[in-house]
Design a protein around this ligand. Structure first.
Ligand code: HEM
Length: 198
């Protein structure tokens, strides 16, 4: 498998600059770090109330695990808000993706919860006493951060799955990809019949 830095770079290169976290976005997060950190307990609590409140996500956790998970998410939030959001940060996010694969946290679970965090900030930014332009910039930066976190994590997830299949099947990844595409083409014939044009 490629390194975490490589996986993160590949994912980021696929994201159009219009949607990326650029220096102006890391700067707006950094200069509002104290305001964002004031939301820490409610972001963490809202996150875990949400995942524990839904059977498929609640089923991921072992009994008694919640305090440890709250601690790791608090660590992520503080490290994200304090920065730096640089190459090492995105490599860390690739690894976090792999850590979740082992626990069977799926991409829909990850993507919806990165969106939850950005949405929480968006819904509560009016409480941070910022001027309207700065509030808008901060909400935009968090939305981009969530989007890119999702991109890096899901790309890492797909890599982990195909690299593992490669190891198990002993087949080159390119051949596996061709076989996969052939299967999907067949499945698409049935899919078109099932849903037509929507
Ligand atoms: C915004 C999305 C998420 C972020 C940023 C995040 C972040 C993290 C971090 C930083 C860790 C600690 C990794 C380490 O040990 O170094 C972790 C662990 C974990 N997370 Fe998440 N997480 C997210 C979403 C989820 C979701 C949706 C679930 C389940 C529904 C989940 C379940 C877990 C579990 C079970 C572990 C423990 C993994 C282990 O066995 O070590 N996470 N997460």
């Amino acid at each position: 498998m490629e390194t975490m830095h490589e996986i993160a770079r590949e994912a980021i290169n696929q994201v159009p600059p219009e949607c990326r976290v650029l220096p102006e976005h890391t700067e707006v997060i950094a200069r509002n770090a104290d305001a964002l950190l004031s939301l820490t307990p409610e972001v963490i609590n809202g996150f875990y109330e949400t995942v524990y409140g839904h059977a498929p996500t609640a089923a991921i956790f072992h009994e008694g695990e919640r305090p440890m998970r709250e601690e790791s998410l608090t660590n992520w939030w503080e490290r994200t808000v304090r920065g730096p959001i640089d190459e090492n940060y995105w490599a860390w996010m690739s690894m976090v993706g792999l850590i979740h694969v082992i626990r069977r946290v799926t991409n829909p679970m990850m993507l919806s919860m990165t969106d939850f965090v950005a949405g929480y900030v968006s819904n509560n930014a009016h409480r941070l006493n910022l001027d309207p332009d700065e509030q808008r910039r901060l909400v935009d930066a968090l939305r981009r951060l969530a989007g890119m976190t999702g991109s890096v994590i899901t790309w890492g997830y797909d890599h982990a799955v195909s690299a593992a299949l490669f190891e198990v099947a002993g087949m080159p990844e390119a051949l596996l990809a061709r076989l996969r595409d052939a299967e999907i083409k067949t499945a698409l014939v049935d899919a078109r019949e099932e849903v037509g044009n929507g």
